[in-house]
Structures are given as C-alpha cells and as structure tokens.
Design a binder for this molecule. Structure first.
Ligand SMILES: [Zn+2]
Length: 213
C-alpha cells in the first residue's frame, strides 16, 4: 500500500511493470499485449517488457489513463502500438493549453491516436475493456475496467492509508476529481482498484466469492 507494485504477475493474464515511481500494465491478448499506460521512459519500458518476456512490437495497443509524461513517455519505444487517449484531451479548461504528450503530437502529428470516452467498450481479441470517465486529475483522465474486475485508475485514485484524489496541487480540477473518485468507489463492477503510483485497493469481494461464503 502506498508504493508502486513490483514488476511481475498481478493476476492471470495481467502483468505489471514498475519503473521507479510509476507502474504500467500489460493485458495478454492473443500473442500480444494491450498496455494500460506505457511507463515514463523508453529505457525502463523496454527493460520491463524484456523482464516479462515480451518484445516491444508485441504491444498492440496502449490505453492511456491520461497523457502526462510519466504515463505516456514509454510510447517512444512502442511504435507498433495503436494509441488510445481520453476525448477530454480536446476540451481543455478555459484558459488552459491542451495537454499533449510529444509522442502523440509532435510537429505534423507524427503519431495518430484514437479518442475514447466513458461508456466506450474496446475489444482486443478476447479482452474486453470498459472505459470510465474519471476526469479531474486532468481533463483527459480515464479509468479502464478489464475482465469486469480490475479497474485501472491512473492518477484518479491514490492510496495513502485510504483511497483519495491525491495531493490537491497535482489535480487540474479537484472538484471533478472528487466526483470521479466517488463514482469509482460507489458500486460498479470493479473489485480491485489499481493505481499508477500507490498500489492496489480492494473495493469489494467478487460476486462468486461472496456467494460461496
Ligand atoms: Zn502519474
């Protein structure tokens, strides 16, 4: 609790890479993987993939929880991956710049990307991902529910003894962040909340487990 998750296996078909202060995640899909976020630097991302037995070109897609550098920086070495980012990216708050990580939009849009939003469902082979809008930390912040159980929240949730919206100063909109955290914690299917910097939190028992008790 409170620290990133060590590199390794998190659940069947879900792996995790820790590069210093941040995690990114790999979901096995066919003979490749879908990543949730990408790490913060190519060197650490490549090393993490190698440790887990994957080549960079096996990463078919990267689903960004948001486009801050510590989540999107690893895109630099994942050239065959499709990039998915929050539609909120196109709607910065009044007076604020659009957030764009340079790998997503350098001069001439050298990487293309798809915009997704809360309520969308993405299918990668037999892996289904449900998208949840959790804006607040940034306007493009999304969470991703995988296998109807694991909710990857990026920086919408932090665990310091309890679940919170994290340090106020890091959020572009604390009011929205609070609302997003409320919707994360209030029901839905997720059993496990998986943060990017501070580990995992059990929201509730799996339905099948509680039935068996
Ligand atoms: Zn972060």
């Amino acid at each position: 609790m409170g620290l990133p998750i060590p590199t390794g296996l998190l659940a069947p078909k879900i792996l995790v890479v820790r590069d210093w202060f941040v995690n990114f995640f790999l979901i096995k899909a066919g003979n490749g993987v879908v990543c949730i976020d990408s790490g913060w630097r190519a060197r650490g991302t490549l090393r993490g993939l190698k440790l887990l037995g994957f080549e960079p070109d096996q990463v078919k897609a990267v689903l960004l929880t948001h486009t801050d550098w510590d989540h999107a920086g690893g895109l630099d070495c994942l050239n065959s991956a499709g990039i998915y980012a929050g539609a909120g990216l196109e709607h910065p708050p009044a007076g604020r710049q659009k957030k764009f990580y340079r790998s997503m939009k350098a001069p001439g849009e050298r990487r293309s990307y798809s915009l997704v939003k809360g309520g969308d469902t993405l299918d990668f082979g037999d892996v289904r991902v449900e998208v949840m809008n959790t804006a607040g930390h940034t306007e493009d912040s999304l969470s991703y529910l995988v296998f109807e159980e694991w909710l990857f929240t990026g920086d919408a949730a932090w665990i310091f003894g309890e679940v919170s919206t994290g340090p106020r100063l890091i959020n572009r909109d604390n009011y929205a962040a609070r609302n997003s955290l409320d919707s994360i914690m209030s029901g839905g299917k997720a059993c496990w909340l998986v943060t990017s910097h501070t580990g995992i939190w059990k929201i509730k028992q799996r339905q099948t487990e509680s039935n068996a008790e």
